[in-house]
Design a protein around this ligand. Structure first.
Ligand SMILES: Cc1cc2nc3c(=O)[nH]c(=O)nc-3n(C[C@H](O)[C@H](O)[C@H](O)COP(=O)(O)OP(=O)(O)OC[C@H]3O[C@@H](n4cnc5c(N)ncnc54)[C@H](O)[C@@H]3O)c2cc1C
Length: 270
């Protein structure tokens, strides 16, 4: 094996079936500095066992080959002991079923290189920030909020988190707590399978796009959200990103790139 299993599982918690919070610590090296919102690559060899409830592989993986994928970091960049990831089980996937099978103390490979453009670094301090996520697309926002949330400075923040059901709303307690202590921060979970709820769901139903369409935050904050005063972050499912982009572009928002600064910052997971 040409790669070294250079990290260890320090904590794991399956917050709902198929949604894993995984903390990993480097073994014998120090985590590099990173910007909240960035990602790294983690991996396991094909010989690592898959969790039983995942689909069987059609073709057996090469036991000596490292299977690696990108994962956004959910922990604060101030945290130096571990990196936290929020991972969805893709039943037919190559790596995620192996990550789900990891126990505390198990080894894995983590790239020391942390990278990505999906950060707050190009966002001026006076802009309102709207974070839209589906599923584990919430991960980079958790890092940003845990590191950089500014309360009482006039800037508004929103997290819109879309999931199928209430039990899939990872980090809900932490986000509710932030909302309780920071009046500039609004958390809006929205689910699209309310018929499966155990007790009646009294929150928003539909897809995350709906909150923008209905001008929810403009009404709540009593202001107009424009490309001049706001930045919209989109992360997760490419279909959500496509739908949001179509709506936002009609209102003059444009995608941000290094060459062409804009008001939409996005990260597609696949
Ligand atoms: C920059 C970046 C950051 C990422 N961060 C995260 C993260 O924080 N958490 C996370 O769970 N995944 C994240 N991903 C996706 C991750 O890299 C893998 O693609 C995912 O875990 C599936 O890997 P796999 O080997 O199990 O499946 P593969 O065999 O690679 O199958 C890929 C397929 O799985 C599906 N898929 C991939 N990711 C997801 C997902 N998150 N939710 C639902 N379906 C998915 C898509 O249909 C995709 O075509 C990120 C991807 C990128 C590019």
């Amino acid at each position: 094996m040409a790669f070294e299993m250079n990290a260890v599982v320090q904590h794991r918690m399956e917050v709902a079936p198929g949604l894993l919070v995984l903390r990993v610590s480097p073994v014998g090296w120090t985590l590099n500095e990173f910007l909240p919102g960035q990602f790294t690559t983690i991996g396991l060899p094909g010989s690592a066992a898959r969790i039983e409830r995942a689909d069987a592989e059609e073709t057996a993986a090469d036991p000596d080959k490292l299977i690696r994928r990108a994962y956004s970091i959910a922990s604060s960049s101030k945290e130096k002991q571990y990196l936290e990831f929020y991972i969805r089980l893709v039943h037919s996937g190559a790596l995620s079923p192996r990550l789900f099978n990891l126990k505390v103390g198990d080894k894995l490979w983590v790239s020391p290189k942390i990278t990505g453009m999906f950060t707050l670094s190009d966002v001026p301090d006076d802009k309102h920030i709207l974070f839209f996520a589906t599923g584990t697309g919430l991960a980079p926002y958790m890092s940003m909020l845990r590191t950089d949330l500014q309360c009482g400075k006039g800037r508004k923040y929103a997290v819109v988190h879309g999931a199928e059901n209430s039990w899939d709303l990872g980090y809900q307690s932490e986000l509710i707590l932030i909302q309780r202590f920071c009046s500039d921060f609004t958390y809006m979970p929205i689910i699209d399978r309310p018929e499966r709820e155990v007790t009646p769901w009294t929150g928003e139903v539909g897809f995350v796009n709906k909150l923008w369409e209905e001008r929810y935050f403009e009404k709540k904050w009593e202001l107009n959200l424009t490309p001049e005063n706001s930045r919209v972050f989109l992360c997760g499912n490419p279909l959500m990103i496509k739908g949001m982009l179509e709506m936002l572009e009609k209102e003059g928002f444009t995608e941000h790139t290094r060459r062409n600064p804009g008001s939409i910052i996005l990260e597609k997971f696949w």
